[in-house]
Design a protein around this ligand. Structure first.
Ligand code: GLP
Length: 242
């Protein structure tokens, strides 16, 4: 894995934004995979700024978000769709038809996962996937466990993940859905390039295990070691144990 370590979170965010912009400038019809969570927020803000300044044009790019909560529609304040609208989509000229999302309120959630997988294949797969990492080492919503799932699928969220996401649901863990839909490990590992951002000391232990540890379903991010083109954008705190 290609480690890029920055003095602080802002520098890591700027570098990630530049990495995304370079991809889109080089290939205007790039297919981007997008993550939610606090980690990429500053990079998304920088991309909005670059877009407004005419430094990057997203009008021919496509996006596929990694995951969405089950039972939550696009308008719900806790939905990842809403999160992306606020942090990125409203500030860049993406074509709405090229923004792809899992529908958390589809009547048949398994069929919805299959539809998404097919839609991604039809778009030619992801050129660049932006990832964060959960404090338990999850990527997307692929939670640690005895096994991992390759394709886009329904997930039972761990308690720690629901707690980490409570801010989106009024700070109350009881309001956080118990299930989500997520790209699978195979879906993620098929992205041609991966850019993972992690900042702060809370991520140091899982970053150390993801980079230096054994491949294990107990730390889904460890499987990124098998991918030839992963860049990690870290601040000093997240890289402290490396
Ligand atoms: C959620 C998302 C992940 C994200 C993780 C980390 O669980 N499903 O894609 O990486 O949060 O969140 P944060 O960046 O806020 O630490």
């Amino acid at each position: 894995m290609d480690l890029r370590i920055f003095d602080g979170p802002d520098d890591a965010a700027l570098a990630l934004a530049q990495r995304v912009a370079d991809t889109v400038v080089r290939r205007p019809e790039a297919v981007l995979g997008l993550a939610t969570g606090r980690s990429p927020v500053a990079a998304y803000a920088e991309l909005r700024r670059m877009s407004a300044a005419g430094q990057v044009d997203f009008s021919r790019a496509s996006t596929f978000n990694l995951d969405e909560f089950a039972g939550v529609d696009a308008a719900h304040p806790g939905s990842f769709r809403r999160f992306m609208k606020e942090h990125l989509f409203d500030g860049v000229a993406l074509e709405p038809a090229r923004i792809h999302f899992l529908n958390g309120v589809a009547t048949d959630l398994d069929a919805e996962c299959e539809r998404y997988e097919c839609e991604l294949d039809a778009a030619g797969g992801m050129d660049l996937l932006i990832l964060g990492i959960g404090s338990n080492g999850h990527i997307g919503f692929n939670e640690p466990g005895d096994q991992l799932v390759a394709r886009t699928h329904r997930v039972r969220l761990h308690e720690v993940t629901r707690r980490d996401n409570a801010a989106l649901f009024g700070g109350n863990i009881d309001n956080v859905p118990r299930e989500a839909l997520s790209m699978g490990m195979g879906t993620i590992l098929r992205a041609r390039e991966v850019a993972l951002i992690a900042t702060g000391e809370r991520k140091a232990r899982c970053i150390e295990r993801a980079v230096r540890g054994f491949l294990t379903t107990r730390l889904p991010a460890s499987f990124l070691q098998t991918h030839g083109r992963v860049e990690l954008f870290l601040d000093r705190a997240a890289a402290a144990l490396l």
